[in-house]
Write a protein of this length. Structure first.
Length: 431
């Protein structure tokens, strides 16, 4: 048995008992109050979900299983000559709460490589789609097309016991994750490179192999993709993509149904498109001002944006009240590999100017940059300039966090999600 699955088998009984004890001892304790404004406002801030894989603190930013991004940048295993955490090592952490050893990561990498072959019918389906199909539609359809491979469905139909649901969910998750890099790169090469495909390299790691199949020659791009997938993997369970995956799977839909649905949520302009909107704002400013703008020019352009009723993309966050550590990690990468890139210079200058403007403007609760303020410009620097594809990057990374949560949803035998709604008339009369 693979080391990761063996470790999970040891942890799950302990966690089931932990949750049973919490529900028994604290089941009637109130942890949230819901206002009418929250009921109409997308349940913003309502504490009604449990997520152990990650947590978002207003001051520290995202932490994964209790570890901050700076801590994991230092402690998670890395590829040879690489500086970024391996996404495979990160998935081990998300599942177990433990930092894997180099040996454990190698064992898990071999497990993924044994499952990486994508069925040919997936590629035939993608080939048959109209040329103008959006890459996220292709990505979602590719995932959904493999639903017939689900071991969860097979075992469920064999009347497996509920306490073992997590095992086929785990197997399905590995089978899907192993294939996502090739599927994503295939979509990119199909749409933008005339169908000139690059075969996977079995000697490369998960993120490095994706970079290889994308066709970007610079070696540090492999490290960028490892970093990107790590940073975008998880963000608590209340965001649209993670919550959608959890909701769909709560009906005992398999991982293919659930991740395809999550990708569809991620494709919405209020969720996964932010990085390209940030880059678009930067590039429009540079085009209007004729190159890298001065800080004085940025200040005027930012005020013009705000006074026209628009927001400055990439600045502000629903929870964070400091600079997003994910932004910092990407900025450090940029300063190491491409500090003289004109767009990187502009992003840096914007970072030095815009927070003070937003503080003076007074409407933004958080004037600091989030992850999206930097991610697009790094892809653009390495030649990935097709904005529509950027959300596919996000989807591959986010699948790490969602699948880890789904395995634990089944391990803890969580029920179908079914909140109670009320009518506007009820609120008028009873609230």
């Amino acid at each position: 048995m693979a080391k990761l699955k063996e470790r999970l088998q040891g942890i799950i009984p302990e966690e089931r008992e932990r949750v049973r004890k919490v529900v028994t001892e604290k089941g009637e304790k109130v942890i949230s109050q819901v206002t009418v404004k929250q009921a109409y406002g997308g349940m913003r801030g309502v504490k009604c979900l449990v997520c152990d894989t990650s947590s978002l603190d207003p001051e520290e930013g995202i932490s994964f299983r209790g570890y901050t991004i700076p801590q994991l940048m230092e402690r998670l295993p890395k590829a040879p000559k690489g500086d970024s955490p391996l996404p495979e090592a990160h998935w081990w952490l998300l599942l177990t709460g433990e930092l894997p050893t180099e040996e454990e990561v190698k064992d898990f990498q071999e497990e993924l490589k044994s499952r990486m072959i994508v069925p040919q019918y997936v590629f035939k389906m993608l080939d048959a789609m109209p040329e103008d199909t959006h890459p996220m539609t292709m990505f979602s359809a590719a995932v959904l097309s493999m639903q017939g491979e689900s071991l969860f469905v097979k075992r469920y139909n064999e009347r497996m016991k509920r306490g073992y649901y997590w095992e086929p969910m785990y197997e399905d998750s590995l089978n899907l994750l192993a294939k996502l890099p090739q599927i994503g790169a295939r979509i990119y090469r199909m749409k933008y490179k005339g169908g000139s495909y690059i075969q996977p390299d079995p000697d490369l790691d998960w993120g490095g192999n994706f970079a290889h199949m994308m066709g970007v020659e610079k070696p540090e791009y492999k490290d960028l993709m490892r970093l990107y997938f790590f940073l975008h993997s998880d963000h608590e369970s209340g965001n649209v993509s993670a919550h959608t995956g959890h909701l769909v799977a709560s009906a005992l839909s398999d991982v293919y149904y659930s991740i395809s649905a999550a990708i569809n949520g991620l494709a919405g302009p209020l969720h996964g498109l932010a990085n390209q909107m940030c880059l678009k704002w930067i590039m429009e400013m540079m085009e209007k001002l004729g190159g890298v703008p001065t800080k004085e020019q940025i200040e005027k352009y930012a005020w013009d944006t705000l006074n026209s009723g628009q927001v400055i993309p990439g600045y502000g966050h629903a929870v964070l009240r400091k600079t997003d550590p994910r932004f910092v990690a990407q900025h450090e990468f940029a300063m190491r590999y491409c500090p003289d890139d004109p767009i990187v210079k502009t992003v840096t200058n914007v970072y030095e100017v815009v927070p003070a403007i937003l503080q003076k403007h007074g409407k933004a609760k958080n004037p600091w940059p989030n992850v999206d303020a930097h991610s697009g410009c790094l892809q653009y620097h390495y030649g990935i300039r097709e904005f529509d594809f950027y959300t596919v990057f996000f989807g591959i990374g986010r699948a790490l966090g969602i699948t880890a949560e789904l395995v634990w949803d089944r391990a803890l035998m969580l029920p179908i999600e079914r909140p109670k709604s009320v009518t506007t008339k009820w609120i008028e009369e009873e609230a």
